[in-house]
Design a binder for this molecule. Structure first.
Ligand SMILES: Cc1cc2nc3c(=O)[nH]c(=O)nc-3n(C[C@H](O)[C@H](O)[C@H](O)COP(=O)(O)OP(=O)(O)OC[C@H]3O[C@@H](n4cnc5c(N)ncnc54)[C@H](O)[C@@H]3O)c2cc1C
Length: 286
């Protein structure tokens, strides 16, 4: 591993004061599960790592009247035990057991998962389906984006230099959720395809839908046409089949070491139909 200096500001104010005095070749260090792996494989050549794990401003899971707020520094394992996640965010809750192993979930943060901008990110994919927004800060100035707009390509984001992800704001909306992931094995498996489905139901009909997929596009993908099709329809087998066909047309997978494009496209449809079936069976339509 190449030599890197680590600095650790105690709070956000100290961070913005510190940055001008350190090497411009710097990277934030949260849980380190992507950053350290990248350094070991030569993908990350930062001279200074700015350890943000002490920033209390990035901690905690809170609620307001209209939203759940998850700090960027929250570990995946904290999400797992959260009453608010269990109550309001069924897709994110369903995604957590698919995320690496318990020991890795104790290190990895949800902010690092989004900032890393991998097309196969489970946390980012689930949060996109949950209609999350992301709060960013640069030198004391905050802005807010729909999370899906953060992703510009594999490992590319809309973050400006030094801009920090502070938190995710997820509106409270009554919905059911499912998260299905196809990977080589249950632990440490990077997905070949993942599907996140959030449905607001009105009896046996879908009122609104939000569908996101991972590993089938350059970014965690919101399948807007498929979601629009489902809205206002009965959740039955026929409509689930049509939605599966639509989602296959929305994805743009590649062939790589983990899978082939044609297989990924096919499985995007299969997993979506299964996810809809899982939600539908709770309401006994499918
Ligand atoms: C063995 C293994 C298995 C894995 N399995 C999965 C899996 O199943 N699903 C999955 O989605 N991921 C998986 N990952 C990837 C990784 O664990 C996640 O992406 C993790 O959430 C990254 O968070 P971190 O805190 O470790 O980020 P770090 O490694 O600390 O940082 C990652 C990147 O984000 C930047 N960054 C971190 N926090 C912020 C912030 N608040 N604002 C701006 N930039 C920031 C860093 O500078 C760095 O570029 C796996 C990784 C490993 C090593």
């Amino acid at each position: 591993m190449p030599h890197a200096t680590v600095v650790k500001p105690a709070n956000l104010k100290a961070l913005w004061k510190l940055l001008p005095s350190i090497s411009p070749k710097r990277k934030y260090l949260a849980g380190g599960t992507d950053l350290v792996t990248g350094a070991n494989t030569g993908l990350n050549s930062a001279e200074t790592w700015v350890d943000i794990s002490d920033l209390k401003e990035l901690r905690g899971i809170k609620e307001t009247a209209a939203a759940v707020i998850i700090g960027a520094g929250v570990k995946i394992s904290e999400l797992e035990g959260s009453r608010l996640v269990g109550r309001w965010l069924p897709v994110l809750h369903a995604a957590i057991p698919h995320f690496a192993s318990p020991s890795l979930r104790n290190m990895a943060t949800i902010g690092g998962n989004a900032a890393n901008a991998s097309p196969c990110s489970d946390g980012a994919c689930a949060l996109c389906a949950e209609k999350a927004w992301v709060w960013l800060e640069l030198k004391g100035k905050r802005r807010k984006l729909p999370l899906a707009a953060l992703f510009k390509g594999p490992k590319k984001t809309a973050l400006k230099k030094d801009e920090l992800i502070i938190a995710f704001e997820i509106p409270k909306w009554k919905h059911e959720g499912a998260y299905l992931k196809l990977g080589p094995r249950s632990y440490f498996g990077i997905s070949k395809v993942s599907v996140a489905a959030a449905l607001e139901m009105d009896g046996g009909s879908v009122k609104t839908a939000s569908i996101a997929l991972a590993s089938v596009a350059p970014v965690p993908l919101l399948a807007r046409k498929t979601a629009d099709y489902l809205a206002g329809r009965i959740l039955n087998e026929e409509n689930a089949r049509t939605a599966a066909a639509l989602v296959k047309a929305e994805v743009s997978p590649i062939t790589d070491v983990r899978s082939e494009a044609a297989y990924r496209r096919e499985m995007a449809g299969v997993l979506l139909a299964r996810a809809l079936g899982r939600i539908g069976r709770r309401g006994e339509n499918l």
